[in-house]
Ligand binder design. Structure first.
Ligand SMILES: NC(=O)C1=CN([C@@H]2O[C@H](COP(=O)(O)OP(=O)(O)OC[C@H]3O[C@@H](n4cnc5c(N)ncnc54)[C@H](OP(=O)(O)O)[C@@H]3O)[C@@H](O)[C@H]2O)[C@H](O)CC1
Ligand SMILES: [K+]
Length: 455
């Protein structure tokens, strides 16, 4: 996935495209650039294999006809199969430029390399993809802009959507490249800006810059993280270990369980939880991993919410708080819900995940890390960062590790959105370093290497 790339809705993309006209760049120019970009990538990936171009009735089809012409002119073996005819505009002009035969999808013989130009951002209703599926079955598929059959904003498959090996996004990434079911249908995503000026409050995650501590720093100035644990000691231990490896100067673990994951982590008895939450030296307080939901947990959560400390709320804590109590806080707050915890706190809804996460951040005044295969990070100002963490992270305890990293980065940076993004990046990079079949315990030891890569 391109790092730090803007992400737009289909309507925002159309507006950016329209704004090009003011600079004298008309739709036919953009399609010409799109066709060149598609032909370039197709030639690279096809590597001499016979190419079948699937062309639809809209501008996605126009891009496809343009690429077919360029590839044929470059000496490639190209055939075209179409679904409907472009009726007007730049797409019709591109269609007219193609002098070779055009067959229907049903009549086309399969070829080993397919350029999927059936539908892009204009996909508006379910699509009967049976004929296309036959042609794509054993082929390498390069999708133009989006795999055909995908709702660009929701990332949902409308009928029989195509599953691409490579998707070349044009102009900007769309929500479907990073969110929802569609993200997994895109294969490897490339982006060609084709000269369109794009600005967006939503971007893909990028490697952060993390400086080493200044020479005069000491353990308290580096950031004191207090982890408030409860009945399930393992979760809090994982979080504390991650906080210690994540760059905090000092980590305190107040938990029923006397074991600490590292000798460098200071244990406090659970009856000292209240004093710990009241400790004004604390740079970031983490509450939730393994906390439980009993009366003591509820009281600890209420005290944490009422404090002026920068706060990270995870796991059980997310079930013990209200949006009103969050909104009343004046200090930085970060929430780390997975989908179920998010729905329980903010309500389930039909809107795309990015929009729901922004609404949650606005309502709570907190930075929200809405975890999942597409992790959406939003702040109350509407800024959004999207990450696609490795699927090996879908195992017990990895959320506790993330919570600990979030607390560490909040303690160091004092900036909740920055802290959330740094932590999510470090978490996914540590997972990459840990490799296949990782367990949560493996992650903290890889965080220092991930931090070292952030110079
Ligand atoms: N990013 C850019 O600036 C550029 C993008 N380009 C390419 O343009 C497409 C978007 O083009 P658009 O024409 O808006 O949309 P599509 O090509 O995706 O499809 C629209 C046509 O498809 C018909 N349609 C929609 N759903 C179905 C269906 N289920 N079955 C059959 N036909 C369907 C739709 O018909 P309507 O009746 O709904 O109007 C349209 O005819 C973008 O993705 C890029 O590839 C530019 O080329 C360059 C600039
Ligand atoms: K397509």
């Amino acid at each position: 996935m391109p790092a730090g790339a803007p992400i737009l809705s289909a309507a925002q993309m159309a507006a950016a495209e329209a704004a090009c006209a003011a600079r004298g760049i008309v739709p036919a120019d953009l399609m010409e650039r799109a066709a060149h970009a598609v032909a370039r990538e197709a030639a690279r990936f096809a590597a001499g294999r016979p190419i079948l171009v699937l062309a639809g009735p809209g501008n996605n089809g126009g891009d496809a006809y343009g690429a077919a012409c360029l590839l044929r002119a470059a000496g490639c073996d190209v055939r075209v199969a179409a679904l409907g005819e472009p009726r007007a505009g730049a797409a019709a002009a591109m269609r007219a430029r193609w002098a070779g035969p055009v067959t229907s999808l049903a009549d086309a013989p399969p070829r080993p390399f397919v350029i999927d130009g059936l539908f892009g951002t204009g996909m508006s209703r379910a699509f009967d993809g049976e004929a296309a599926a036959r042609l794509c079955e054993d082929a390498f598929i390069l999708s133009i802009d989006l795999p055909s059959g995908i709702d660009a904003d929701r990332g949902a498959a409308l009928g029989d959507a195509i599953r691409a090996d490579v998707t070349l996004a044009l102009g900007s990434l769309k929500f479907a490249h990073v969110a929802g079911e569609a993200a997994s249908r895109c294969g490897h995503v490339l982006l060609d800006p084709i000269g369109i000026d794009v600005s967006s409050s939503a971007r893909t995650i990028a490697r952060p810059r993390i400086n080493p501590p200044a020479a005069a720093e000491h353990k308290y100035s580096r950031g004191l993280v207090c982890v408030i644990g409860g009945a399930m000691g393992g979760a809090a231990r994982l979080a504390a270990a991650a906080a210690a490896r994540g760059g905090a100067g000092y980590v305190v673990l107040a938990s029923d369980d006397r074991r600490t994951p590292l000798d460098a982590i200071v244990h406090r008895e659970p009856d000292a939880r209240s004093d710990t939450i009241a400790d004004v030296r604390t740079s970031a307080l983490l509450i939730g991993p393994g906390l439980g939901r009993d009366a003591a947990a509820r009281a600890a959560c209420a005290q944490a919410l009422a404090s002026d400390l920068p706060l990270v709320l995870d796991g059980d804590a997310l079930a013990l708080i209200s949006i009103a109590a969050l909104a009343a806080r004046r200090s930085p707050t970060i929430l780390t819900p997975h989908g179920g915890e998010f729905d329980a706190l903010f309500g389930a809804g039909d809107a795309p995940k990015i929009a729901r996460t922004v609404a949650a951040a606005r309502a709570s005044g907190a930075v929200v890390i809405h975890k999942g295969a597409d992790t959406v990070i939003a702040d109350p100002e509407g800024n959004v960062i999207v990450a696609n963490p490795p699927s090996w992270l879908s195992t017990a305890g990895t959320g506790d590790v993330l919570a600990g990293l979030v607390a560490a980065r909040l303690a160091v940076t004092h900036a909740p959105m920055r802290a959330a993004c740094e932590a999510v990046w470090l978490h996914q990079r540590a997972a990459g370093l840990a490799g296949a079949a990782l367990v949560a315990d493996d992650l903290p030891m890889h965080v220092p290497q991930a931090i070292a890569e952030c110079r």
